[in-house]
Ligand binder design. Structure first.
Ligand SMILES: [Zn+2]
Length: 402
């Protein structure tokens, strides 16, 4: 048996080997020879040749021609086939449903977005989501090659059962079996993930990170969530609820929150809290967040002061998260970052000034490389991971027993 394989039976061994090869090719995002694959994955050249043949027959990988610069027998390059399969990525937020068909290089083949009129009408929103998904698949013309669906939603989620457990401030969204609903309609593997986790995975998979970095993605939108990627994997915690930064208290004497706590960050620093505060200060309620972004940029003192106040509370809470997790990359994204340096510089300065100097100097703080697309790119990463873990190939018993 090959070393580096952990499967309980021979079919598992083959699947694990296939997954390893697809992973290495996918992460390098370029071209490798069979010999390079063999060295990187730790399988014999003969085994790699067999697995490559199966994966080529199934369309996952392709030959790219001879590699240059080699003496003697020239090696043939191998890469992930951009038309081998597709995934459907879906982001459900409180205001929109966004659906994209991605190829294995996370390039968008087709895209559709629908506005949600009344988020409180759970069944209607779910039906609208399924219709939007169906339309984007149909229009893409590659429906039969869509092999997995990644879906990001606000949380917290019950990951084992694929349910939205509840949504802050939306009483009808309780125990919603969203994974089953999607699977019943499309019959392909479906993975549901909290939106901050999806965004964190997008940064890890497609962003410019050095190897072995642990990161948190802080999504500061209508709610505040953190996606945690430790050692390359999303950290869910045994209750599946890790990353609820919005319900970390920044004032133990503060107002009660519907989670049961007091002084929760979300009530000070989310975009929803910001809009409420503007209204309390007599600057609302007719304006939306984009209008306040314009006011801040035009130098409106009170608005600028409040943006910095929200950023300050965010920095305070994120410092606790960094102290707890020991991560070295913090990425900010979602609506409050639309305020640009005014918000970001304050959040960053507050965060770093509240860490011990030796920790602070090792932390990289930046804005998301992908903006609002992070969430959807994350759903692509999650769905691709699902395909690579279990590619659809024939299992050849004779070959396995060699
Ligand atoms: Zn709370």
């Amino acid at each position: 048996m090959e070393h580096g394989t952990l499967g309980k039976n021979i079919e598992d061994v083959q699947k694990n080997n296939q997954a390893s090869i697809l992973h290495v090719l996918s992460r390098c995002r370029g071209v490798l020879s069979r010999k390079q694959l063999s060295d990187l994955v730790g399988l014999t050249p003969a085994t790699v040749t067999n697995i490559v043949r199966d994966l080529m027959e199934a369309g996952y990988i392709m030959e790219t021609g001879f590699l240059s610069g080699k003496r003697g027998r020239r090696a043939v390059g191998l890469a992930i086939n951009p038309e081998g399969f597709y995934v459907l990525g879906v982001r459900l937020s409180r205001s929109t449903i966004a659906c994209r068909i991605f190829n294995p290089y996370a390039e968008v083949l087709n895209s559709k977005t629908a506005a949600i009129a009344a988020f409180e009408q759970t069944e209607r929103v779910l039906e609208q989501m399924l219709d939007c998904m169906e339309a984007v698949v149909e229009e893409s013309g590659v429906g039969s090659k869509v092999q997995a669906i990644g879906l990001s939603t606000p949380g917290p989620l019950n990951l084992k059962e694929g349910k939205i457990a509840y949504l802050h401030g939306a009483t009808d969204w309780r125990d919603v079996p969203i994974k089953d609903l999607v699977y019943e309609r499309f019959r392909v593997p479906t993975i549901v993930e909290h939106d901050a986790n999806a965004a964190a995975l997008a940064e890890y998979t497609f962003g410019k990170l050095a190897e072995n970095q642990d990161l948190i993605y802080v999504a500061v939108g209508r709610g505040i969530g953190v996606g945690v990627v430790l050692e390359g994997e999303i950290h869910h915690g045994s209750q599946g609820t890790a990353g609820l930064l919005g319900h970390v208290s920044v004032d133990y004497n503060g107002p009660e929150c519907d989670c049961g706590g007091t002084g929760c960050l979300t009530n000070y620093a989310s975009s929803k809290a910001f809009l409420r505060r503007m209204e309390e200060l007599g600057l609302g309620p007719a304006k939306n967040l984009e209008d306040y972004v314009a006011l801040a940029h035009s130098g409106h003192d009170l608005v600028r002061q409040e943006v910095e106040r929200a950023a300050f509370f965010t920095g305070v809470a994120v410092a606790s998260a960094v102290n707890l997790l020991g991560c070295n990359v913090v990425i900010f994204g979602d609506e409050m970052t639309w305020f640009g340096p005014l918000w970001f510089d304050k959040a960053k300065e507050t965060l770093l000034s509240r860490l011990a100097p030796n920790i602070a100097k090792g932390v990289e703080v930046r804005l998301s490389a992908f903006g609002q697309e992070s969430f959807l790119l994350g759903t692509a990463a999650i769905a691709m991971e699902c395909v690579y873990q279990n590619p659809v190939t024939k299992v050849d018993e004779k070959e396995l027993n060699q």
